[in-house]
Design a protein around this ligand. Structure first.
Ligand code: NDP
Length: 333
C-alpha cells in the first residue's frame, strides 16, 4: 500500500517537505478485518487545521502517521459476512491506495445513483452536501424569499449551497469565487442570480452592486474581507452560518477581523458557527431531499480529479490555491 504521512508540521503554506510517501506491506487478514482498494480519496481544507498541533474540535494529525480522512473504496478480501467482497464502502483511513483494518472502520454504501462515480459520496451526496444543507437551512435558517450570499461558491460546499438555496425558495442567490471561469460556472451552471470574482475589486463594493437591496443570509466559507463585506450588506435580522475561513488557513500572523463588527449589534444579526460532526442527526433529512433532487436531475455537481495517491499532496495544495471547481478528489488506480 502506498501511503502519505505527515512528516513535519507546516508553517504557512504546506510544502512537499511536510509529507512523506511510504510503502506498507499488509499480511494476511486477521479475524474481523477487511482489505479495501480505494477508488477515491478526499482532500479537504479542514485538513490544514489538523496539520498543526493546537486545540480544536478535532485532534491534530499524528506526525509520521498516515494522513486520515474520507475515502471510498471496494472490499477485495473479507473475513466478515456483512462486508462481502465487492461491497462499496466509505471510511476515514485517508491518503492511501489500499487499506486493511478492522471491519468496524468501514460503512457499506449503495452503488452510486444514475451511473455516477463513487466520488459523489465524498461530495454532493456526502459530508460536503450535508454541510451545505445543515449550514444553510439549520444554522442560517434560510427562509423562502431571502437574498443569500455564498463565498467560496464554486467549491464543493459552495456549489451545493447555491443549489439548495434555490430549491428551497431563496429570492436571490449571489456567489463569489476566484476566477472569471468560476463566475461563469456559477451563473450558467449553478443558477446563481449574480456572481463576482473577489480578486477583481473589493468584495464590499462588488457585493453591494450584486445585492443592492442587501442580503438576509450569508454562508461563509472564507472569513476576512468576505465576512466584513457581508456585515456591511446585511439587512436587519440577517443570519450567517460561519462554515469556514479559508482565507486565513495558511496565514502566519493574525489576520484582521471585520472592522464593522458592531453591525452585529445594531442590525440584530445572528452569526453562528458550526462543525458538521455535531449535526449528523440531519443526515436522514438531507439524504431524502438530496436523493430526490439528485435522482430528478435538479442538482448538478463538478469534480476536479487528480490521479494517483502519489499526487495527493498536489491535490491538497491545489485545493488551497483554488485549482478546483466543485469537489477536489484523488482517483486511485
Ligand atoms: P472548496 O471546494 O471550496 O475548496 C477550497 C476553495 O477555497 C478553493 O477552491 C478556492 O476557490 C477557495 N479559496 C482559497 N483561498 C481563498 C481566499 N484567500 N479567499 C477566498 N477563497 C479562497 O472546499 P470545501 O467546499 O471542502 O470547503 C469550503 C469551506 O468549508 C472551507 O472553509 C472548509 O474549511 C469549510 N468546511 C467546514 C465544515 C464544517 O463542518 N464547518 C465542513 C466542510 C467544509 P477560489 O478559486 O474561489 O479562490
Amino acid at each position: 500500500s502506498t501511503q502519505i504521512q505527515l512528516a513535519q508540521r507546516p508553517h504557512g503554506w504546506p510544502t512537499h517537505d511536510d509529507f512523506r510517501t511510504v510503502t506498507v506491506e499488509y499480511g494476511d487478514l486477521d479475524a474481523g478485518q477487511v482489505r479495501v482498494v480505494n477508488e477515491f480519496v478526499s482532500v479537504d481544507p479542514y485538513m490544514r487545521g489538523r496539520m498543526i498541533d493546537t486545540r480544536s474540535y478535532i485532534p491534530p494529525f499524528g506526525l509520521d502517521e498516515t494522513m486520515t480522512g474520507g475515502a471510498v473504496g471496494r472490499v477485495v478480501e473479507s473475513t466478515v459476512e456483512h462486508l462481502p467482497v465487492g461491497t462499496l464502502v466509505s471510511h476515514q483511513f485517508g491518503w492511501r491506495d489500499v487499506v486493511q483494518e478492522d471491519a468496524s472502520g468501514f460503512r457499506a454504501l449503495p452503488e452510486p445513483p444514475g451511473g455516477a462515480s463513487s466520488s459523489v459520496f465524498l461530495g454532493v451526496l456526502g459530508m460536503t452536501g450535508l454541510t451545505a444543507y445543515v449550514g444553510l437551512l439549520d444554522i442560517a435558517r434560510m427562509q423562502p424569499g431571502d437574498t443569500v450570499f455564498v463565498s467560496g461558491a464554486a467549491g464543493a460546499v459552495g456549489t451545493a449551497v447555491g443549489q439548495i438555496a434555490r430549491l428551497k425558495g431563496a429570492g436571490r442567490v449571489i456567489g463569489s469565487a476566484g476566477s472569471a471561469e468560476k463566475v461563469t460556472v456559477l451563473t450558467e451552471r449553478y443558477g446563481y442570480d449574480a456572481a463576482f470574482d473577489y480578486k477583481n475589486a473589493p468584495v464590499r463594493k462588488q457585493l453591494r452592486e450584486a445585492a443592492p437591496d442587501g442580503i438576509d443570509v450569508y454562508f461563509d466559507n472564507v472569513g476576512g474581507d468576505h465576512l466584513e463585506a457581508a456585515l456591511d450588506s446585511f439587512n436587519d435580522g440577517g443570519r450567517a452560518a460561519l462554515c469556514g475561513a479559508i482565507a486565513q488557513y495558511n496565514a502566519t500572523s493574525r489576520t484582521p477581523g471585520p472592522s464593522n463588527i458592531a453591525n452585529i449589534i445594531t442590525r440584530g444579526l445572528t452569526l453562528t458557527g458550526f462543525t458538521i460532526g455535531n449535526h449528523l442527526d440531519r443526515a436522514e433529512a438531507f439524504n431524502a431531499d438530496m436523493g430526490t433532487w439528485f435522482a430528478n436531475g435538479e442538482v448538478v455537481y463538478d469534480e476536479t480529479v487528480v490521479d494517483g495517491i502519489e499526487n495527493a499532496v498536489d491535490a491538497f495544495l491545489g485545493l488551497m490555491r483554488g485549482e478546483n471547481t466543485g469537489k477536489m478528489v484523488v482517483r486511485i488506480g
